[in-house]
Every structure is written in structure tokens, then in C-alpha cells.
Design a protein around this ligand. Structure first.
Ligand code: PEP
Ligand code: MN
Length: 341
């Protein structure tokens, strides 16, 4: 439920409403608006009777929130969430570009690709240290060693690091390296991990699960928000359908739907979405045309010999072409690209 206070209602009335909510065993969330205060309620299992609040001083309206996700809901927070990553912002009019290899393979590899992306103006480097692979025999990542290489790449270039956290055990280590923690598709419903990430404040890139509905995905975001970490960025990366010509089906429908339902920023991963490098440029452009706040793209200096996902990785020269096309598209969407000049 959302309690809307009257214009200029004094602090004492707001506090009374919050106290009432707490006394009922629920949790109040202040949602300051331009003109008036709203107070969201979470923690209730069933419906709340609006009459409880309607005759309290200062209360204008009590609106039931029908969606199961409350904190991720646009009704709870009108406007858009902007996630601060150091001096950078995600979810503004400036589109975010994250690029880099699927996996960190060596110090030289990651520092070299970081430098070449940095030279294109890119501010965020992706690279997996802990790789959750479908096969236990596939390359599992260089783990702690890779975290050190990512730090080296940041030190050499100033680029910000996006890397996946696979479990709660390694969260402190990964969080110490990452500027943005990535939660992979396979972990979208790992609730212990979501709770642990909610309990810290590092920004999170929350990928959509392989077979998750948009509502399930927003409920996963809710776990993180409920822990007090508001720095959630959603990432559409394709879902499983009957189609076999592509690795996944990139659900660009999710972009306008998420924009309608939630205030959280959403970026798109066309690399895993289509799973073929030839499709990555067109699907990146389509993502931005659909209203996404940015893209995360796999780029490798030698895709044919990459240790993971080479077939869907762009060469740096192709990434350059993608940036040129994004530069042309951005103004049509009334946006700009957040790149170093
Ligand atoms: C990745 O980003 O390399 C990855 C494993 O992605 P996903 O979790 O979307 O499969
Ligand atoms: Mn990958």
C-alpha cells in the first residue's frame, strides 16, 4: 500500500503514519515527492485496510499496490532510479556502454583489451573471474587471480570494472574488486546471494534468469532493494524459447515493459541474447531503439581463441563500428553516449 500525504503535511503527521505502520508489524518507506510525501508499506502478507490510515491527520489517499514487487515498482517511486558508480551515473539520458571479454584469461589479455576499449572512450570493462559454466569441464575462470588482473586493468586505464559474483562465499572478495557486481542469469533466483548483495551497497547488474518472467526478475530485484541496496541495474540477456537458431531469444519486449513497471535502469546484453557475433551490432542498436539505458557487449582481441563465448564476441574493430552507429542512433532517442571525449 502507498499512503499519500497532503500537501505540506508536517513531519509530525508523517511520523504518526510511520509509527502506525510499524505498530502493525509492517515496514514504512518514505518516498519524498516534489510536492508531497508518500509512504510505502512493505512486510504485509495480506491486504491492508485503507480505512486504518484514511482518517489519520495529513493522509490524502491510501492506494493498494497490487503488484507483488513493491520497492521495484514505479508506483512506489515515480521517476527513474539513477545508479551512481563512482563519478559515473547509469540510468540518465546518457547511455552506458560496458564492453570486454566473457572471461579474464591473463593479465596481458585483460590489460590490453581494457586499453583498447578505453581508447574508444568506453568507461566500463566487463570480464568474468568466476564463471558459472553449464559444463563442469568448461573453463571456470581464473578466480582470485583474475580479480587481481582486473584491478591491474583498472589501475592501468582508469576503466571501471563489472564482474560476476557467483556465490556468497566469494562476495567479499569480488565486491572488493568490482565497481559493479554482476549477478548471472543462473543465479537470478539464488536468494541467499541476493540477500547478501542487498546487505551491502555496491551497484548490482542483475541479469534476467534463463526462464524467468519479468515479474520473477523484478521480484529478484526486490530482494536486493529490500536489503537496503537501491543500486540495482536490470540486464536483459535473452530467455529460453523453442528457437534453436540463436543461443537465446533476446526479449526486447522486456525493455518497454520494465520501463512501464519499474523505476530501475535496464541495460541489454545482446551477446548472450543472440549468441552469434554477427547479430550483436544489430541487436545492440535494437536495444537502444527499444529504450534501454545501455548495452553490455562481449569483446575479445582474438575471438577464435577465446576461452569462453568467442563465437559471440566482437573484435575491437567491430566494437568501434558499433560505437559509431550508436552515436548516430542516440540523438534519435534523445540521448547521448556516456563515453570519454
Ligand atoms: C556472462 O556475462 O558471461 C554470463 C555468463 O552471462 P549470463 O549470466 O547472462 O549467462
Ligand atoms: Mn559470456
Amino acid at each position: 500500500m502507498l499512503i499519500i500525504m497532503k500537501l505540506n503535511s508536517p513531519r509530525s503527521e508523517i511520523e504518526q503514519v510511520k509509527e502506525k505502520i510499524t505498530n502493525l508489524g509492517y515496514i514504512p518507506h518514505e518516498i519524498p515527492g516534489e510536492a508531497r510525501m508518500a509512504i510505502g508499506i512493505t512486510g504485509n502478507r495480506g491486504k491492508i485496510d485503507p480505512e486504518i490510515f484514511l482518517n489519520m491527520p495529513g493522509v490524502l489517499e491510501a492506494i493498494p499496490v497490487t503488484k507483488p514487487y513493491k520497492l521495484a515498482n514505479k508506483d512506489f517511486k515515480p521517476g527513474s532510479t539513477i545508479v551512481n558508480v563512482g563519478s559515473e551515473q547509469i540510468g540518465t539520458k546518457e547511455l552506458t556502454v560496458i564492453a570486454g571479454p566473457c572471461s579474464v584469461e591473463s593479465r596481458d589479455q585483460i590489460v590490453e583489451i581494457a586499453s583498447s576499449l578505453k581508447n574508444m572512450g568506453i568507461k566500463f570493462l566487463r570480464g568474468g573471474a568466476y564463471k558459472p559454466r553449464t559444463s563442469p569441464y568448461a573453463f571456470q575462470g581464473l578466480k582470485e587471480q583474475a580479480l587481481q588482473y582486473l584491478k591491474d586493468a583498472r589501475e592501468a586505464t582508469g576503466i571501471k570494472i563489472v564482474t560476476e559474483v557467483k556465490d556468497t562465499e566469494t562476495l567479499p572478495l569480488v565486491a572488493e574488486c568490482a565497481d559493479i557486481l554482476q549477478v548471472g542469469a543462473r543465479n537470478m533466483q539464488n536468494y541467499s546471494l541476493l540477500e547478501a548483495i542487498g546487505a551491502q551497497r555496491k551497484p548490482v547488474l542483475l541479469k534476467r534468469g534463463l526462464s524467468a518472467t519479468i515479474e520473477e526478475w523484478l521480484m529478484a530485484a526486490e530482494y536486493i532493494l529490500n536489503g537496503g541496496n537501491n543500486n540495482v541495474i536490470l540486464c536483459e540477456r535473452g530467455i529460453r524459447t523453442f528457437e534453436t537458431a540463436t543461443r537465446n531469444t533476446l526479449d526486447l519486449n522486456a525493455v518497454p515493459i520494465v520501463k512501464k513497471l519499474s523505476h530501475l535502469p535496464i541495460i541489454v546484453d545482446p551477446s548472450h541474447g543472440i549468441g552469434l557475433w554477427e547479430g550483436v551490432i544489430p541487436m545492440s542498436l535494437a536495444a537502444i531503439a527499444a529504450g534501454a539505458d545501455g548495452v553490455i557487449v562481449e569483446v575479445h582481441q582474438d575471438p577464435a581463441n577465446a576461452l569462453s563465448d568467442g563465437y559471440q564476441s566482437l573484435k575491437p574493430s567491430k566494437m568501434k563500428i558499433l560505437l559509431e552507429r550508436l552515436q548516430l542512433l542516440a540523438p534519435i532517442m534523445e540521448r547521448t553516449l556516456n563515453l570519454n571525449k
